[in-house]
Design a protein around this ligand. Structure first.
Ligand code: SF4
Length: 300
């Protein structure tokens, strides 16, 4: 393959690990440094390669906590259902370490407060998010049966319920989806909105969108099971040709044919070492050609 022009590679601001994920990984590694039996309940973060790296250090990913008789169980960044959390805490042989992100906790506490607040007694709590995402399943568990999940505008249009609405969000939703659902519901209901989208998500989305507008190709790095990475890929694909990959071996040389610029970004659960591997692979591909890496700060 011949590249006729200089291939510029630009890296988005705010790519990779967010505060909540870094905290969860630090807690996990610190615990493994002190204790022998360390488990995470489900993957501690949504990145299969990072989870594998932790497994190599002896940290086991659990599906069924009942199988554990003793040791430490680390609870993932995006939370677990409140009754399961309570049950684990009751087992005195198990040390429960809650690695749920403070922003997720804030969303859980908002729902818990609204579900018990006497003034909100007759109100339904709308959770804007993905029905099958672990964070949303956990959020709903704090709502004492008052939560309804709405994923998109279509569902908002179909929604029929009684009383006023309190609306909260999964932390990794896009403001566009959140706001468009609010707009639809506001036409028929009295609503109060609690914006629980986290800033790390917003920062990554804005930076990815800005970069995608300025390049011929975007590569979004992160777990296919990561909600925030998938949304970055969606946002970028609305602006330019986009590939969502987990590892460097997915990169194809033909992607770079007839293009001048490539943008890179990564979800909040993507570790630096994977981003570096992908940069290296692009450099290898680009080594045969004229390649220049620049930072997003240089993008006009
Ligand atoms: S994306 Fe936001 S809510 Fe999720 S772990 Fe990171 S900081 Fe916390």
């Amino acid at each position: 393959m011949e590249l006729k022009t200089k291939l510029r590679v630009k890296i988005a601001e705010n790519a990779g690990f967010c505060f909540g994920v870094r905290r969860a990984i630090d807690l996990t590694e610190k615990t493994a440094g002190k204790e022998r039996k360390v488990y995470t309940l489900g993957p501690v973060i949504h990145n299969p390669q990072e989870v594998k790296r932790l497994e190599k250090k002896g940290i086991k990913t659990l599906k069924d906590p009942k199988k554990v008789k003793s040791g430490s169980i680390i609870l993932r960044t995006h939370g677990i259902p409140c009754n399961l959390h309570k049950k684990l805490e009751e087992n005195k042989n198990i040390n429960v370490i809650d690695a749920a992100c403070p922003f997720v906790k804030r969303a859980q506490n908002t729902i818990k407060r609204l579900s018990t607040d006497i003034k909100s007694k007759d109100k339904t709590i709308i959770v804007v998010g993905e029905k099958i995402h672990p964070e949303v399943i956990a959020l709903v568990s704090y709502g004492s049966g008052k939560c309804i999940i709405v994923e998109n505008i279509k569902e908002a249009q179909k929604f029929r319920g009684r009383g006023d609405l309190n609306i909260v969000s999964q932390t990794t939703q896009t403001p566009e989806n959140f706001n468009s659902i609010i707009k639809v519901l506001k036409k028929r209901y009295k609503t109060k909105v609690y914006n629980t989208i986290c800033k790390a998500t917003l920062d990554r989305q804005k930076a990815a969108e800005k970069l995608a507008k300025n390049v011929d190709l975007m590569i979004v790095i992160g777990g296919k099971n990561s909600g925030n990475t998938t949304r970055l890929a969606q946002i970028c694909s609305e602006k330019t040709k986009t590939y969502h990959i987990e590892t460097a071996c997915s990169i194809k040389e033909k992607w770079f044919k007839n293009i001048n610029s490539v943008g890179l970004t990564a979800g909040a659960s993507t570790p630096d070492w994977i981003i570096k591997e992908i940069e290296m692979r692009i450099k290898e591909v680009g080594a045969k050609h004229y390649l220049e890496f620049i930072s997003a700060a240089d993008i006009k």
